[in-house]
Design a protein around this ligand. Structure first.
Ligand SMILES: Cc1ncc(COP(=O)(O)O)c(C=O)c1O
Length: 384
């Protein structure tokens, strides 16, 4: 049985051409550390790392490559940003659609006296902007939000939120896990203070590399969560003040950065618009086919606008986990069922605790695969 991968919301597969080779070449032919050795190989590896920061700046419209901070992914990025910024007594806003990469650090901070305020979202996952206006009181320290829901694909009005928060002096931090490499992101135009990205989803790179881009103003407010050797100002035992070293102690994930570099090169050549258009064509076909079935409910936005290529469905008369198991076992269709690390998002759309089955087409998904998925769901439901 050939397999059909529809779990790109979790991680993209296949990765961009050249990613595996770039990583293997680094391990087998380069292998050195950067910022530590005074030899040619170390300098040229450092150039690839700098070039990766520059590519990320071009993609996200930001002009400070040294303010691109590598971490293992969004989870690490959010821990560094939130735990470094928020202090007991601070008030922070977030939405009811967040992934646990945001919610769990916030809940930990709540235990130490940070006030966490949730902005309610509607049944289709869209943000209630009026509620934001009510809850964004002067003195609020930060707003942290996802750019698009990993559970149902609903896109959030990040630019409008950031502009509004800026008028009140509230820092805006955005989780771009589901949109980096997929939707246009313009950090400067939007007035966002930090964005976190994962290399392994829409950027088509490897797992274990991601990070954040941060303005100088916000960086000055964030205490480093980790400290250690950076290869710079080694005569001092204090943490460097300058970026990226302030937030990048220890040896970096160089194979990951080399892989991400290859993925970004591919994205620059192909253009993210072409990939998004393909994914959205798959999504249109999927939504159209699934909406004809009676035994399921499509969660979130049923139209194609204001969403990404993540489609969640609730099986109305059978357990979602059983449906996902059958899809894989009988038809070779790989989806993700359950709560998608976003319990609050499921509460928002009314699918807690049962969860949903999530279908997420990617850049290599074909129309035939979408049709096969629709036919499989139909057969599982016993509908003609
Ligand atoms: C919206 C969202 N935020 C955060 C994460 C966590 O990202 P990472 O795996 O890079 O830590 C994910 C990944 O599933 C996600 O979808």
């Amino acid at each position: 049985m050939s397999k059909i991968y529809l779990d790109n919301g979790s991680t993209s597969f296949p990765k961009a051409p050249g990613v595996g080779k770039a990583m293997a070449d680094f391990i087998e032919k380069v292998g050195v550390n950067i910022g530590r050795g005074g030899y040619e190989e170390a300098y040229s590896a450092a150039e690839v790392v700098l070039d990766t920061r520059e590519k990320l700046c071009r993609l996200f419209h930001f002009d400070r490559p040294e303010n691109v901070i590598f971490q293992s992914g969004i989870t690490a990025a959010m821990n560094v940003l939130l735990k470094g910024l928020l202090k007991p007594g601070d008030r922070v806003l977030t939405t009811s659609m967040e992934h646990n990469a945001v919610m769990r650090p916030l809940r930990q901070l709540e235990e130490s006296g940070v006030e966490v305020v949730l902005i309610p979202c509607r049944g289709d996952g869209t943000l209630d902007f009026e509620a934001l206006i009510d809850l964004a009181t002067p003195g609020t320290r930060a707003m942290v939000m996802t750019h698009a829901s990993n559970m149902c694909g609903t896109v959030m009005p990040v630019k409008e939120v950031a502009e509004y928060c800026q008028t009140l002096g509230i820092w805006t931090i955005v989780d771009c896990a589901q949109t980096a490499g997929i939707l246009p992101i313009d950090m400067e135009d939007w007035g966002v203070d930090a964005i976190a990205f994962a290399g392994h989803k829409g950027l088509l790179g490897p797992q274990g590399i991601g990070g954040f881009l941060i303005t100088d103003d916000l960086a000055a407010e964030v205490d480093p969560l980790l400290s250690g050797g950076t290869g710079s100002i080694s005569h001092l035992e204090t943490v460097p003040e300058f970026l990226p070293d302030r937030f990048e102690p220890g040896t970096q994930n160089l194979p990951g950065i080399f892989g991400l570099h290859a993925a970004l090169t591919y994205l620059e050549q192909t253009g993210i618009d072409a990939i998004r258009e393909h994914e959205m064509a798959c999504t249109a076909r999927l939504l159209e086919g699934l909406s004809r079935l009676k035994g399921i409910r499509i969660v979130g936005r049923t139209q194609l606008t204001g969403r990404t290529a993540v489609v969640s469905v609730e099986f109305l008369h059978m357990d979602n986990a059983d449906a996902a198991f059958l899809l894989e076992d009988k038809y070779g269709i790989m989806t993700r069922c359950g709560l998608h690390c976003a319990p609050r998002a499921h509460m928002t759309v009314g699918t807690f605790p049962q969860g949903t089955v999530r279908f997420a087409p990617g850049r290599e998904t074909t129309a035939a695969e979408i049709d096969a998925a629709i036919a499989a769901v139909k057969e599982i439901l016993g509908e003609n």
